[in-house]
Design a protein around this ligand. Structure first.
Ligand code: FAD
Length: 501
């Protein structure tokens, strides 16, 4: 039995913790916050429940299989996350990739030839991924024949996927889409909104599959999922320490030997950092000389993914009334002024110009709002350095910027849900700085490293990299993958649990 210290109780830390405790190891999770879940958590205000950050995730069939193995699959209700897409040119409830394509063909008949050429390439990437999504990852298969079947099928579809995606792997989505459409046009914006800004065009097929076929949310809220994992971990004999920030990772003879938290030392045979990559090596590790200079420089300089700005609204409007207006629990609002660019940190009007999404946690579960009321969240990708890092540390300026961003989104959503402004009984917002403060993720990065193929930290955009130059120190968070996300966190947690025998 090994003694394992895990830093962080997000999806990565909770997955690793559960699997290691199940193997009989002596595991302690250290969490700075007072609730487990990290980005995949939620909170209550004035009787309304809101997701803190993550609204949805892809399953790739692996997620559910993993939750089954851990033993919590039936403790929460996973439901499909679907959205109504709205712009000046279309307004459709989308249930599948085929629906999305149909919407674009109907809205842009003059672009038929260009859409044909574009979708020929995207379809070639999407089809093998769609097929792979129905096969569980070999990592989570138990029986030999099941493992073999999964491996052979994954290999076959994987090869088809690589063949289709390889020509575009180092191309950004904007470069890819500009081969067919005018940048900033309606059709361009709809396709560009199917992923991260400037992400690799080689993952467009995967993004389509995720968004339209394999996107899930939790009926009881993400916090219920994190709580189920945390309870299960403790029932397996694991120790979960809340409000227990790790201040240092301790090493001896080039090997991790434990952590320090609130001035106390905790020895361990293994340390899993299920938290931010940069902080792990630049702040927590006691001896930086263990990291090669070239790697330290890369850790310092590599850009991270965009931040997210979220508005939380409690409405004096029943869920039934909100559903009548929204039709679906999520909306994607694609109207965007030309030249809107999340990378332009100096664009004061960014929030007035940009498209965004809306999601109501209470619409699918009335227990998440007071009787007769409903909850609504507005979210969009944001530059964490917007307007001189959100006011350059000036608290009043920060408050003003946050308020102006919040107002801009409320005014825009009120065009879809008339009368909304007069029905708001609670409002709050989170900036990338808020996310950074609560989770320690650098610059409030929403999903690990930059998704731009020219700014990669890891060589492969799809590998899981838990190994570190320090013996017995592993990365168990989404940061062990280039593009993170809930599946990235799960993959890293899994890989750590497999590594520690
Ligand atoms: C607004 C938003 C929307 C998102 N939407 C999606 C989505 O739709 N789909 C998707 O797949 N992903 C989404 N993501 C990304 C996804 O949430 C993350 O990639 C994933 O949840 C990360 O899990 P993790 O366990 O790696 O890390 P985190 O969730 O970041 O957890 C890390 C934990 O470590 C703790 N911690 C940090 N430092 C220390 C320390 N020194 N000591 C003790 N504890 C520490 C933190 O408090 C935190 O609880 C979204 C993220 C955001 C912010």
């Amino acid at each position: 039995m090994a003694k394992v210290a895990i830093i962080g109780s997000g999806m990565g830390g909770l997955t690793a913790g559960n699997l290691l405790a199940k193997k009989g190891h002596d595991v302690t999770i250290f969490e700075s916050h007072f609730m487990p879940g990290g980005y995949t958590a939620g909170f209550w205000r004035k009787g309304f429940y809101f997701e803190s950050g993550t609204l949805s995730f892809e399953s790739s069939s692996t997620m559910f299989k993993a939750m089954e193995q851990i033993g919590i699959k039936d403790k929460v209700t996973f439901i499909r996350h679907k959205a109504r897409w709205i712009s000046d040119d279309y307004d459709e409830c989308i249930e599948s990739y085929a629906d999305f394509k149909k919407m674009l063909y109907n809205a842009y008949p003059d672009e038929k030839e260009n859409l044909n050429r574009c979708f020929k390439k995207i379809d070639a990437m999407y089809k093998p991924i769609h097929a792979t999504g129905r096969i569980p990852s070999a990592d989570v298969c138990t029986g030999f024949s099941e493992k073999l079947d999964a491996t052979v099928k994954s290999l076959w579809h994987g090869l088809r996927e690589i063949k289709a995606a390889l020509p575009y792997i180092n191309m950004t989505t904007s470069e890819f889409l500009q081969q067919f459409f005018e940048k900033g046009s309606g059709v361009y914006n709809a396709l560009y909104k199917c992923g991260y800004p400037e992400m690799s065009a080689g993952i467009l097929g995967g993004a389509m599959n995720t968004l339209f076929e394999d996107y899930w949310t939790v009926k009881e809220g993400m916090q219920a999922w994190a709580d189920a994992l945390a309870d299960n971990f403790q029932n397996l004999g694991g120790t979960l320490l809340m409000k227990a920030p790790v201040d240092m990772i301790l090493t001896k003879d080039r090997k991790a030997i434990g952590v320090a938290s609130k001035g106390r030392l905790h020895t361990a045979d293994y340390v899993v950092s299920a938290s931010d990559y940069k902080r792990t090596f630049l702040e927590l590790l006691d001896d930086k000389t263990l990291i090669p200079d070239e790697m330290l420089a890369r850790i310092e300089q590599s850009p991270v993914s965009e931040g997210i700005f979220t508005v939380y609204l409690g409405l004096d409007m029943s869920n039934a009334e909100l559903r009548k207006r929204m039709k679906m629990h999520s909306l994607v609002l694609c109207n965007e002024e030309k030249n809107t660019d999340v990378n332009n940190a100096d664009d004061r009007r960014y929030f007035e110009k940009a498209g965004f999404m809306a999601h109501s946690p209470s619409m699918e579960n009335q227990n998440l709002s007071p009787e007769g009321k409903s909850s609504l969240m507005l979210q969009l990708m944001t530059n964490s350095g917007w307007m001189n890092n959100w006011g350059n540390g000036n608290r009043q300026e920060y408050r003003n910027l946050k308020e102006s961003a919040k107002r801009a989104l409320i005014i825009k959503i009120a065009k879809v849900i008339p009368d909304l402004e007069s029905r708001i009984v609670f409002e709050e917002a989170a900036t990338p700085l808020t996310y950074e403060r609560y989770t320690g993720n650098s610059n409030g990065a929403s999903s690990a490293w930059s998704w731009n193929p020219r700014k990669k930290f890891f060589k492969s955009p799809v590998s899981t990299n838990i190994e570190t130059p320090v013996k017995n120190l592993y990365m168990g968070s989404c940061w062990a993958t280039q593009i993170g996300g809930v599946p990235g966190a799960l993959a890293a947690g899994y890989a750590c649990a497999k590594k520690i025998k």
